[in-house]
Design a protein around this ligand. Structure first.
Ligand code: DAH
Length: 351
């Protein structure tokens, strides 16, 4: 018995009712797609209904065909609308979840600052670079021969008592000053002239740490080697340096002293930058601050560096960076420079 037109139309209506409900209830785009396949797909419910077409009498076919196609169009519209609504809701939910409140206060960044010792080293480097010097560096772990022997400090020399050292082996130690860089640079450069260098770096001594002593501190060494270099060149250079670093009114004075690697040797004082030379607590009421050691390079040191002391001469100087930083920043305890307390470091402004 072939199905009657009425029976098929009735089935069509019950398919419509069910499909409309199900599409309405679909919660996700995937569920909507599954319904599309079930009802509208090649082997779907509507295709199944259409297959009854042949069995109908010829005059009933157009009306049933149109009815199925009308339902197909209606379901396609509903599916499209439902899918669009679900996608819009999903987008809205994502936007809500990812929303950024641009009115919230930002995270404050604590501004950093150069360490005061670095500031002093850079200021001094700049001054000497302006006078044609080159920056040279040497190792912290040094040979005894560079640290002492070739600087005219032989093994039994009393000057070795001045600097208690950290020895690693019989021949190797943590350098006690930056002067060994002089030797290294002379050996690399001789017999060429001129040699004009400054050498910043850490040095180490077996001292008990207190307000003015530290087992590790920082020095800057200077060395000039050339034909006809004289004591007056040293004095003029240091005068220039002191004026640039401490201010144009600064004066210097040289006091005779002794270092094994220079002859003659001098201690160099600058007028106190705190009181201008009239006397205060900083300069212990003398008006002067001792800031460096200097002298004419000893002929034996020139020779140990590969130069001919009859042909060339030189001057050298060495200064303690912490001492200068303490003067410039008014710090009275050297240990302040090593605490790494941001509150302390922030209080030093560029010099
Ligand atoms: N090396 C000496 C020290 O550490 C400082 C010094 C003095 C260096 C005189 C020099 C100099 O080059 O000429 O105490």
């Amino acid at each position: 018995m072939p199905p009657s037109l009425e029976a098929l139309k009735a089935e069509l209506e019950s398919v419509r009712t069910k499909a409309v409900q199900e599409i309405d209830a679909a919660k996700t785009p995937e569920a909507v797609e599954a319904l599309r396949v079930r009802y509208l797909g090649k082997k779907g419910v509507l295709a199944g209904l259409m297959s009854h077409l042949r069995a109908l009498p010829a005059e009933a076919r157009p009306s049933f065909g149109q009815a199925v196609n009308a339902l197909r169009e209606a379901l396609e519209d509903q599916i499209g609308a439902r899918r669009a609504a679900l996608e819009a809701a999903a987008l809205e939910a994502r936007l809500q979840a990812e929303a950024i409140d641009v009115t919230l206060p930002g995270e404050a960044l604590a501004p950093g600052a150069r360490h005061p010792l670095s500031q002093v080293i850079e200021a001094i480097e700049d001054i000497f670079i302006g006078m044609g010097y080159r920056i040279a560096e040497g190792p912290d772990v040094e040979w005894d021969t560079y640290n002492f022997e070739r600087l005219n400090i032989p093994k039994d020399h009393p000057a070795r008592d001045m600097q208690d050292s950290f020895y690693l082996t019989d021949e190797m130690l943590l350098r006690t000053h930056t002067s060994p860089v002089q030797v290294r640079e002379m050996l690399a450069m001789a017999p060429r002239t001129p040699l004009k260098i400054i050498c910043p770096g850490n040095v180490y001594r077996r001292d008990t740490d207190d307000a003015t002593h530290s087992h590790m501190f920082t020095q800057i060494e200077g060395l000039v080697v050339g034909e006809g270099v004289r004591m007056s060149d040293l004095k003029g250079t240091l005068e220039q340096f002191a004026r640039r670093l401490f201010g144009e009114e600064t004066k210097i004075r040289l006091r005779p002293s002794y270092f094994p690697f220079t002859e003659p040797s001098a201690e160099v004082d600058v007028t106190c930058s705190a009181c201008g030379g009239t006397g205060c607590r900083v300069c212990k009421w003398t008006g002067w601050l001792e800031v460096l050691g200097a002298g004419m390079v000893h002929p034996k040191v020139l020779e140990a560096g590969g130069y001919d002391p009859r042909r060339v001469s030189g001057f050298a100087f060495g200064l303690g960076v912490e001492r200068i930083a303490m003067i410039k920043y008014g710090v009275d305890d050297i240990r302040q420079f090593y605490v790494n307390d941001a509150r302390v470091l922030r209080s030093f402004v560029a010099c």
